[in-house]
Design a protein around this ligand. Sequence first.
Ligand code: ME8
Length: 519
Amino acid sequence: MSDPYYITTAIHYPNGRPHIGHAYETIAADVIARFQRLQGREVRFQTGTDEHGLKMAQKARDLEITPRALADEMSGAFRELFDRLDITYDRFIRTTDEDHHRASQAIWQAMEAKGDLYLDRYEGWYSIRDEAYYDESELIEGENGEKLSPQETPVEWTEEETWFFRLSNYQNQLLELLNTPGFLEPESRRNEMISFVSGGLRDLSVSRTSFDWGVKVPGSGNHVMYVWVDALTNYLTGLGYPDDTTDFSKFWPASLHLIGKDIVRFHSVYWPAFLMSADLPVPKKIFGHGFLLNRGQKESKTLGNVTDPSELVETFGVDNLRYFLMREIAFGQDGTYSPEAIVTRCNAELANSFGNLAQRTLSMISKNMDGKLETFELASDDRALLKTVQDACCTGLPEAFEKLSFSVGIEDWMKAVYACNQYVDEQAPWGLKKTDPERMKAVLQTLFIAIRDLAIAIQPVVPTKATAVLDQLGASPEKRSYADLADNGWFDILVAEGHTIGKPTPIFPRLEMPEVEAA
Ligand code: ME8
């Protein structure tokens, strides 16, 4: 095992049920975690729920329950969804967890010891929906002349005694960090943040006194921490901070904080400044992905287009949903989904192309070769096909995934699948049974080898189905990592063991187009 890899998602507000954006971000993080594990890295993957703050307190008040009860119920709904999505997190953190309070107080004390915290009075705008402070100059005007945040959420005037963090002290260090290649991606978000920081930074209000649902400020009885201070600290809590644990020294700084575009400022400006103040290393990379839209529109209760991601899993199956989201949308940009788009994409690529390839090949081996594998000589066409497949699986897909360009990597993989299907059509093994049975065997077994590489490479995206294909092939469970790609020794072992291929059951059945509801 080399090069430990620590990936986190944002922690989600459990003020309501999880939506498709939460599913999207967490699936993408899971794809990365699985991909890195298959590369042989020791991975730590954390997700969870962000349970403090005014937004949670107000929602609970509206529902006439305690914030804790709201958090318990909804946090459970997130966990349930992530189980259905096959998310392989190592820790699901809740910011109400006891160790998280301790970590948050510890980072606070480190910032205080640095002389970066002082008491003063905050007077300004606050958006409860964004849990964010805004300068007057950042506000925009709504349809009825009301003031709105840049995210078009309502803002309210706030005046209270608060602790301030000396963010202004970190302007130069932050600019240097933002200019470090690879720290913040994609490029457009980096430019936005450079311009925000270059414009001058005001000190940040980091505590609240008008409510008490939060982590207590040490030694300052009536103050609770500004929810983002405790929320961001979750990334340290999960590694045992403030204790000097093995996990902490192994996994910090984080390899990647994967977050959405609306919270890039908190992660690439406030968070590194807190860490610098506490003398802790800053994360290696922040990636701000785009937003997912439903038929091009933001989901909202008013539009009545809110879709429960669990229902999408129910209708299409988890691997189809994962495949669609990673394949359809250029990661980093906004993207749109609809049931028809999911069906079209999955039928064309998974059912008709990869699924059909595996099904046809294994059926023919089972039927025409009695399911028995044999040693054979590769002809030049066979070698050429295996090279195309191996280039996609060993280079194209992994290089793209390393850059988080999932759709590009999957497209490369898909091209290799198409090459296999073209090879089947050209070689027409069904016609060779009588004319040249040896050649038929060579063709089918070349495909057998290709399918195993294709299935190994695509595991991060469609883990259950790729595993089912590998099981059907008889591929050893210990030899399914990326290091095992393109090593054909496994085939000789199957031959030597007298492994037989049974009649395969289809792994990628076609999806039905959902019925369109009458308007
Ligand atoms: O922001 N498409 O929580 P959150 C894609 N608690 N991603 C989306 C999305 C959409 N339509 N809507 C939201 C918070 N997201 C804070 C984070 S981290 C220390 C604290 C993304 O529940 C969003 O960008 O509002 C964020 O990364 C994540 O979902 C959780 O959003």
